[in-house]
Design a protein. Sequence first.
Length: 445
Amino acid sequence: MKIKSADFVKGEINLPGDKSISHRAAMLLAISESRAKIENFATSEDCSSTLRCLQDLGVNIEREGNTVFIEGVGKKGLKKPDKQLDCGNSGTTMRLLSGILAGQDFDSILVGDNSLQSRPMKRIIEPLELMGAKIESNEGKAPLNIHGKNPLKSIEYILPIASAQVKSCVLLAGLNADGSTKAINPKSKKEVAPSRNHTELMLKYLGANIEESFRVAEGSFIHEVIVKGASTLKAKDIYIPSDISSAAFFLVAASCLSGSEIILKNVGLNVTRSAILEVLQSFGTEIKIENEREINSEIIGDIRVAGKETLSSNIVSNKIDGDIIANLIDEIPILAVFGTQIVGGLEVRDAEELRAKESDRISSVVENLKRMEADVIEYEDGFRVEKSKLKGAKVDSFGDHRIAMAFAVAGLFAEGETEIIDADCAKVSFPEFFQVLQNVVKYET
């Protein structure tokens, strides 16, 4: 894919459904009782992997464009698959589905592509084994051979990192455990869940017996989620908001190109996902939220963003670290590109989790920024990038969808032409990305 520098971006965009919420909607409706539909289901390959795995587990699923109909089979109604469950490139599919399968009455094997099978799964294996599950793995990585028929017991599990996937895995396993299972997030300085809370919200929406609480210990907030194994899920129709992680690429493009104006429709504004808006606003980006409302327990609204001549921090530091990182983890690659366009640059720390994504995203970001002649330093847990005049170059996606899309935006700011190797990997999360980008890129006449 070749990208040319742009003068500005302008238009109204309807983004695909949120990946994180789509995964959870499909899985929870599959183990609910009766039939329901999902509207605006994500178009990503990752979410299609979830649907295929559920079908292989005996769930009747019909898809008409972005609308999905699911016939729930109940918590114990899944069927033993007659083949390995292929999760493709989707870590969410593998980690969350493991929690559901741990409590079934049959054995199953979860596999994925080469990238997924190199990613850490010990983080979910440990709590599931504490609950009584028996899981064989390749030294803590996939394939995962999950042996059912082992009754699960409830536990109190302190998450070693702020991970929504690990928390969700524990809660989903807890649906088939005796008693009440408690997932305890790491300490936080703010009374906001340190990891995305879509699973908790959807469990409540579907009628699970679930409780959340914050308590203060040594000056920090501790977030706890408790689910009762006796819970029964009742199927309800679900509308999926547009994906704020996909919106981030257009937010940054519009922010940094003077004269731009983009309206992003029906975007999810969940407080555990919207830190990208806070960060951009802290550097002077003009962002307005319109038509804000709630639907199936999620807050959504339209985002209007306008470009400015100069962007600089209106707070003391150009550094992002600490608690906010968990709520920004998917947006950090595009924020690295944003850092090349703002006065004082940008430093990101406490983001070592990026090294365990589809690629080593810290290394991928730094390598590509260097190719575009940006002034950048790599740290073990992040990077620092200075305001830089980018030059068009041949950059590598490293097979990572968010790297491909972030450097497509970088190409809009660069002098000359930027070529992205293996740009097609963007379809993992946003198949329409390059077409949507082309539709809004404008040039002075």
